[in-house]
Every structure is written in C-alpha cells, then in structure tokens.
Design a protein around this ligand. Structure first.
Ligand code: HEM
Length: 188
C-alpha cells in the first residue's frame, strides 16, 4: 500500500476551508461524565441539544459528542502517513472539494459507535465491519488492514477523543469496545 504525504495536506486545507463555517458555529460539547446506565449516557445520552452544524436541527448530546470525536479522528487519520494510504478515495474527493464521502463516513462511523456505546435512537445501516474493510466489498477501502494499521487507527481515535476533552475513563471504555472489532477489521 502506497503511503501518502502531500495529498493529506491538500485534504486538510480543503476540509478546513469547507468546514470553516460549521466549525465556527461548533458549540462546546465536551461530554460530562454522569452515572448513566450506558457508555452512551456517560457521553451525554439522549438529551436533545441544538446541532451546531445543522441550522435548526436538534441532536442527542451523546451523538454530538461522538460525532465531534469521529470528525476530529478523520482529520487525524488524514494526516497520519501510517494509515492514510487506505483512505485514498476519500482524500481525493475532499481535495477536489467534494465532501459527500466525508459526510457519509462521519454519519456512518458516528452511528456505528453510538450504537456500540448503547444508543437506541439511531440505527446503523452501513456495511458490516468485515465487508466495510474488505476492498472487494468496499472499493473505498484501499488495501486490507494489518494489525499495525489497527493500532494506528486506535491511536488516532484516542487523539480525536483527547482533542474533544473526553475523560480518560470514557476513552478507555470506547477503546475496549473498539478492540473487540480487531478480528473483523484486520484482514491481512
Ligand atoms: C474498530 C475500528 C474500526 C471501526 C469501528 C471502523 C468503522 C468503519 C465504518 C462504520 C465504516 C463505514 C462503512 C460504510 O460506509 O458502510 C468504515 C469505513 C472505512 N474504514 Fe473503518 N473502522 C475501523 C478501523 C479501520 C482501520 C484500522 C482502517 C484502516 C487503516 C479503516 C479504514 C476504513 C476505510 C478506508 C473506510 C472507507 C472510508 C470511506 O468511505 O471513504 N477502518 N469503517
């Protein structure tokens, strides 16, 4: 798999410009730990808040916290030469100013993680984890992932969570869930 260096820089510039308005409106959504029954509750749960990036829409606080982490993580991955070569389709699109794939990935990953942490109000309808990470069933996946790729992904996810000031105990809990998926994602 070819490593990328220049494309991610263009990607980051393009994405920053395209999201600048949304980011400027982004409210602080640092999740407040609570004694909720599920991890999703601890991340903010089902309390509805205004969606800072969709004018007039409401969003569950837990979903917003997760989406902020996912969006930050996609930025981190885009700049991470250890694994960004798997994301060539996405990077090329965003560099051209096409955010459709980014939006779909953000939505799908957010819904997947929300469900995995206990959300009940969002249903994941994307590919299962095996098909999503097999280039034969998902042409957006450039090459199969190794265990080292998976480790890099987890590090980037932790970096994305830290950027959003998710408390360490909750990052640890998310990490445990993510580790259960290693066998489906790693196919090389
Ligand atoms: C437990 C860890 C992971 C989870 C939960 C996860 C989850 C997902 C989900 C939900 C999708 C969207 C599927 C769809 O569109 O139907 C996706 C796509 C993808 N994943 Fe993962 N993933 C993980 C790890 C990895 C790793 C380690 C890599 C490679 C380094 C990777 C590379 C990709 C790529 C390239 C795509 C397609 C992106 C695009 O749409 O442009 N993922 N993943």
């Amino acid at each position: 798999m070819k490593k990328l260096t220049f494309l991610p820089i263009a990607f980051l510039i393009a994405l920053s410009v395209l999201l600048i308005d949304a980011c400027s409106k982004k409210a602080s959504s640092n999740p407040t730990p609570t004694t909720g029954a599920t991890l999703y509750d601890s991340l903010g749960g089902t309390v509805l808040v205004t969606d800072p990036t969709h004018s007039g829409a409401m969003i569950e606080k837990g979903r917003l916290a997760i989406r902020n982490v996912i969006d930050s993580t996609i930025f981190v991955i885009a700049a991470d030469s250890k694994i960004n070569g798997h994301f060539t389709v996405l990077l090329a699109e965003v560099t051209k100013g096409d955010l459709s794939g980014f939006t779909d990935l953000s939505e799908n990953l957010t819904t997947f993680v929300a469900g995995a942490t206990g959300a009940k109000d969002y249903i994941y309808i994307g590919l299962n984890m095996t098909d999503a990470h097999n280039p034969a069933t998902n042409p957006r996946m450039n090459g199969k992932a190794t265990s080292a790729d998976f480790d890099a992904f987890v590090n980037d996810l932790v970096a994305g969570a830290n950027k959003n000031k998710v408390p360490a105990n909750l990052i640890n809990s998310i990490g445990k869930i993510v580790q259960t998926l290693r066998g489906q994602v790693v196919q090389k």
